[in-house]
Design a protein around this ligand. Structure first.
Ligand code: ATP
Length: 476
């Protein structure tokens, strides 16, 4: 699926240095991307906001940074070796591959959008049954045929069977290749948290309920990967596992559902563009699961999952490692393996959501402009600083202000080109404030600060600039 708006956003990402295709000079590597100078700042700001909201804002959440490579038995225990599969189907006409479950979900959405509610409900019911069938691929295939779902790209109705495909990347460790040397690149960061759960408990002062947070890379050999940074083979997750007393997981699940929804809204995503998507068939480890979806220009898609993972992972690690995962819970005087509620958000997907939400085109003084209206706290560059002319001491004054602001913020000094062009560049980068130093500044009238969104310009005394910027960025 594609859209003009989505294509414009991806083009802007490349043109302005948010995101580049990986290894582009060699023709690129599918579904892998690099972040450029603006993209890396945006990503870091999102990371920081998440870390702050999880680790610093809660005295019962600690952070870790676990290795990507883990003992191969971790993935046996977690179930990923046996069950980390996607049901895939090929359109023989376009030679494109799709996830069978997603084709059916999209079909149901289309029926609903056309007002065919009863029919949508009936297909939905059959879909649930297919997901729970012993031979799930065959049941999904039968439903695709029965509903005459056509290839999204070709419009053809010429499908292969549905097959299961394991998505973990396998590699060899050490010099000797052989069965024993096989390891996997982690397909999720969560397991690095589970295997360290007793270590964190023993070394910090947290007590149940408590959480462990982590930001890091994950790898999945995605087959259907053609939606820019929405679906990558190497991506980053921000995950938090919240360990609770068995029986209290429903409460924790509700708590984190609402906390995570609010976080996205605080980042500037309107609630009308977010919705819940309840899993028909939660993953093998979960007793309840819900996604937060965002209305991307390519349709409603998942950004974050909140999963009630029961004690599945810890119990399995206890079984496979022989190490105790039970804890003694002083307040109740009981011993148990904690239950876990997980929040798992894709960093790259969040970045893409923010890019899509920020992208606007408007007109000022008869000229069209493209503007990225990021919340100031997320914007890659906070302030653009321009001497109006490259003479009369304006650059020197502008440099002094730049040096001052640089101590705290990522700012951009630019003295080349017309002032209009300099503003447009900063609008496209999503810079919320631009400061201009002109002859009146030199005469003591202060600088001009222009607001990216309102285009309002105010005069601010030189020695108040820093406070003005801080209040503006922090207050937003
Ligand atoms: P999807 O159904 O889209 O494949 P998922 O349900 O498999 O996603 P989870 O395993 O719940 O995803 O992972 C949690 C989060 O990690 C997702 O909500 C998403 O934001 C992010 N994520 C998962 N796979 C990818 C990917 N291939 N590229 C980028 N982000 C991803």
């Amino acid at each position: 699926m594609s859209s003009k708006r989505f294509d414009e956003i991806t083009a802007l990402c490349k043109r302005r240095g948010f995101v580049f295709q990986s290894s582009e000079i060699y023709g690129g590597l599918g579904a892998t991307y690099d972040y450029g100078p603006l993209g890396v700042e945006l990503k870091r700001n999102v990371q920081e906001r998440w870390w702050h909201d999880m680790v610093y804002a809660n005295d019962n959440i600690e952070g870790v940074d676990a290795a990507i490579l883990m003992h191969p038995r971790v993935w046996k225990a977690s179930g990923h070796v046996d069950a980390f599969h996607d049901p895939l189907i090929d359109d023989k006409a376009s030679k494109r591959r799709y996830r069978a479950d997603q084709l059916i979900e999209q079909h149901i959405d289309r029926l609903r959008a056309k007002g065919k509610t009863q029919r949508a409900d009936a297909v939905h019911e059959q879909f649930t049954q297919a997901l729970n069938a012993d031979d799930m691929p065959k049941a999904l295939h039968a439903l695709i045929l029965a509903e005459e779902i056509r290839g999204p790209d070709s419009g053809a109705f010429d499908w292969t069977d549905v097959r299961q495909f394991n998505m973990m990347f396998e590699t060899k460790v050490g010099a000797l290749a052989g069965e024993d040397s096989s390891i996997f690149l982690r397909p999720e960061t969560a397991q690095g948290i589970f295997v360290n759960f007793q270590n964190v408990l023993a070394t910090s002062r947290v007590q149940i309920p408590f959480g462990i947070a982590q930001i890091g890379k994950a790898f999945r050999n995605e087959i259907v990967a053609r939606q820019f940074i929405f679906r990558m083979r190497e991506f980053e997750q921000m995950e938090m596992q919240y360990f609770v007393q068995p029986g209290t997981q429903a409460e924790a699940y509700e708590l984190w559902r609402s906390r995570r929804w609010d976080w996205h809204v605080q980042n500037g995503i309107p609630e009308s563009k977010l919705r819940w998507h309840v899993h028909e068939k939660p993953a093998h480890y979960a007793d309840a699961a819900v996604d937060i979806q965002y209305e991307f220009p390519i349709g409603w898609q998942e950004v974050e999952g909140i999963h009630s993972r029961t004690d599945y992972d810890l119990r399995r690690h206890q079984e496979y490692s022989g190490k105790k995962m039970q804890i003694f819970h002083q307040p109740s005087g009981s011993r148990f393996i904690p239950f876990v509620v997980e929040t798992s958000v894709g960093l790259d997907r969040t970045v893409l959501m923010l890019l899509c939400e920020a992208y606007r085109k408007d007109e000022i003084e008869g000229q069209s402009r493209t503007v990225m209206s990021f919340a100031p706290s997320i914007a890659p560059i906070k302030v653009g600083i321009f001497p109006l002319l490259r003479k009369d001491g304006m650059p020197e004054r502008a440099r002094t202000i730049t040096a001052d602001l640089r101590r705290e913020w990522n700012v951009f000094y630019d003295e080349k080109g017309s002032i209009g062009k300099r503003y447009r560049r900063m609008d496209e980068a999503g810079t919320p404030l631009c400061i201009t130093i002109d002859s009146e500044t030199l005469g003591g009238a202060g600088v001009t600060i222009r607001n990216r969104d309102t285009l309002e310009q105010v005069r601010v005394a030189d020695d108040q600039v820093s406070a003005f910027v801080s209040e503006f960025v922090r207050g937003a």
